[in-house]
Structure formats: structure tokens, C-alpha cells
Design a protein around this ligand. Structure first.
Ligand SMILES: [Zn+2]
Length: 305
């Protein structure tokens, strides 16, 4: 099966970076949605998911995992469509407690709106979505509670942030980081063994060559596992880019002031760089500007590309 030949009941809405992709399940049963996008992209989410649904009600919203770009828009989606929200078992406690450190929110300078958990998604269970059966497979690493959804008959994998065509969601340094990488590596081997024909990732276009993508991920793990400070630097760069996207640009002094006060930046500056957070952020912005990952607009604002 080619990427173009996904079943008609499975609609993929590919978003730009600060929002995760959506997968809408139609067919004759109740309609469902995987991943809600970021709160700052919620207007577009409601419009595009609404277009895909047409007149159908949305019964369920399921999450691959609980980071701001996947769950930040849940409250808005629920308010519009009246759907139940299902959260992977491993993330339920953090959502119910609205643990902003575990969810990488205030701790990492990210935003989301709280929402209720109606149902729990349990690894090992089988769900029917879009008239197809989907196995829930645990996918720890980037988020230790994450799951992916696997349809064995058409060999379709909905991979969240466990596997993209060019990489995977960041694994944070700090206590337990080697265990997180071991889990991510093990997960990639398990996903390879499924031999997917199509992967629908949390970010980027659906793709067919899972093997090459998995090879690229494993190579990145090898690099980061040798160098925790490099991993810390990469994590901060990702958070800078995400913060700039969710604010739709910030003036440089404002960006420096904000990021230097984010707990994750303060902690990493101390642990990995032995420098004041302001200096670390200033150097990070300089290097992101130099490589074009961040640009300065004609309005003077910094934006991530
Ligand atoms: Zn994520």
C-alpha cells in the first residue's frame, strides 16, 4: 500500500510544527480523532477537523502522549465537539494532577489548557477506529507513557513522536536519561519488527520507508548517548524554537528575559554548562540565528522556522 492509498476512513491532517498532526477516523462507526494539536493552533484545528467530520459528531479524542503540541488543544476540541478524551495510562496521573513539570509545560516554557480524562488507553488493548482494528502498543522514550496505534491488516502505524521520517521527539537528559534512551531504542526495534507499510507520524507527512527512518533514529540515539551536554543543548534549542512558535515571534530582549527564567533553562545552565542561564540562552539564540533555524523578521521579531 502506498502512502496515497490510506483507507478512505482514515484522514490525516498534516500540521506545521508547533501543532501535532491529526488523524480523523470516519467510516460507519462513531468518529474519532487522534491528537488535538497545540492550544495556539486550536482555531485551525477546529476548522480542519470540523471539515473532515462534516455532519458527523466526534465521539472520541485519543492521545498518543501528553505534550503541549499533542494535547494543548484538547479542551478546545472537547468544548466544540463534545467528545470524550482518552489518555494513555502512563500519562493519566500527570494530566489529572496537571503536573506542569512532568508535562513539560511551565517547566519547559510551554503552554496548554487543562482538560478532564474521560477514558484510559491501556497498552495491549485493541480499539476499533474508522472500521479498522488498532492495537495499542507502548512507546516509551520521548514520553515514558506514550503509545502508538497499529493496524495489523493494512500495516499502518500511527507513531506520534516515537518515530518521524527524520528523527523522533527529544529525550531529555538528567536522572534516568539512559533508561529513556534504552526504552526508545527498544521501541524502535519493536516498531521495525511490525514491518509497517505506512507510518503516520506526529509531525511531517506520512511515509512508507520505516526502515530507513528507524536507522536514522538509532544513529541519533548513538550520538546523544555519548554526550549528555550535547543532548541538553539540543533539548534547549528545541524548546526555544517551540516557544518562539507558540508566541508567533518575540523581540530578542523579551526572548532572552523569558527563556532565562524558564526552570528547565535555569537547571540545564547550572548542570551542563556552568554558566548563568541568560548567557546560555544568548549563545543558543546566536547559534540558531547563524544556522537559519531562527530568523529575525522585518518587524524585528525572532521566529523559528
Ligand atoms: Zn511529544
Amino acid at each position: 500500500m502506498s502512502v496515497a492509498a490510506l483507507p478512505a476512513a482514515v484522514r490525516v491532517i498534516v500540521r506545521s510544527w508547533v501543532n501535532a498532526n491529526h488523524v480523523v477516523f470516519l467510516g460507519s462507526g462513531p468518529a474519532a480523532l487522534i491528537d488535538a494539536g497545540h492550544v495556539c493552533g486550536a482555531d485551525e484545528t477546529l476548522e480542519r477537523v470540523g471539515d473532515a467530520l462534516g455532519e458527523r459528531p466526534l465521539a472520541r479524542l485519543l492521545l498518543t502522549h501528553c505534550h503541549s503540541d499533542h494535547m494543548g488543544g484538547c479542551a478546545r476540541v472537547r468544548a466544540r465537539f463534545g467528545c470524550r478524551i482518552a489518555v494513555p495510562e502512563g500519562d493519566v496521573a500527570a494530566i489529572r494532577a496537571w503536573d506542569t513539570e512532568a508535562l513539560w509545560l511551565d517547566y519547559a516554557g510551554q503552554m496548554a489548557e487543562p482538560f478532564p480524562v474521560d477514558d484510559v488507553i491501556r497498552p495491549g488493548e485493541r480499539l476499533e477506529l474508522g472500521n479498522l482494528e488498532w492495537d495499542v502498543i507502548p512507546a516509551p522514550g520521548h514520553d515514558m507513557g506514550a503509545v502508538v496505534f497499529w493496524n495489523p491488516s493494512a500495516r499502518i502505524l500511527i507513531s506520534g513522536d516515537a518515530l518521524w521520517e527524520q528523527g523522533f521527539g527529544i529525550v531529555l537528559p538528567g536522572e534516568g536519561w539512559r533508561d529513556r534512551f534504552a526504552a526508545a531504542r527498544d521501541c524502535l526495534h519493536r516498531l521495525r519488527a511490525l514491518r509497517p507499510l505506512v507510518v503516520i507520524p506526529g509531525h511531517g507527512q506520512p511515509f512508507a520507508d520505516a526502515n530507513s527512518a528507524i536507522d536514522r533514529c538509532l544513529a541519533r540515539i548513538d550520538v546523544f548517548e555519548r554526550d549528555e551536554p550535547r543532548l541538553a543543548r539540543h533539548a534547549l534549542q528545541v524548546m526555544v524554537a517551540y516557544s518562539l512558535m507558540q508566541h508567533d515571534g518575540l523581540a530578542e530582549p523579551e526572548a532572552l528575559r523569558r527563556f532565562a527564567a524558564v526552570p528547565m533553562f535555569v537547571e540545564y545552565a547550572r548542570e551542563y554548562f556552568g554558566q548563568p542561564p541568560y548567557d546560555v540562552v544568548s549563545e543558543l539564540l546566536k547559534s540558531l540565528l547563524a544556522k537559519g533555524a531562527v530568523t529575525r523578521g522585518t518587524d524585528g521579531l525572532l521566529r523559528a522556522r
